[in-house]
Design a protein around this ligand. Sequence first.
Ligand SMILES: [Zn+2]
Length: 118
Amino acid sequence: MPIHRARTAQNLAIRAIAARGLAHPITLALLAVAATTASRAWDIGHRVTDTHPPAPNGTLVPDDLYERYMTAHRALAAHRTGCTACRSRQTCQPAQRLVESFTRLQDAYLARQKQKRG
Ligand SMILES: [Zn+2]
């Protein structure tokens, strides 16, 4: 099921960006896979919104889990921008905690999305 593969590839790439930074070779490889699977999904008729949903639940009701997931992602990105150790491709201890928090929230969010799709 190509759309499922595209979503998985996208989520793995997001996780690699969070855990390793944008310039890391593994991140770049996963981004390439995400781009390839997304373009295959497009070729067989899926829309961009199938892999990049405009809103987590399609309503204006705030989604707490999604917000926390995105907040964790922003916190990690902000940390990496300002941290000398992280900028030189190491992961300092505060970053490790942020990665764990982000990973936990992404898992929870994706598990819930999967449950919704059935
Ligand atoms: Zn750091």
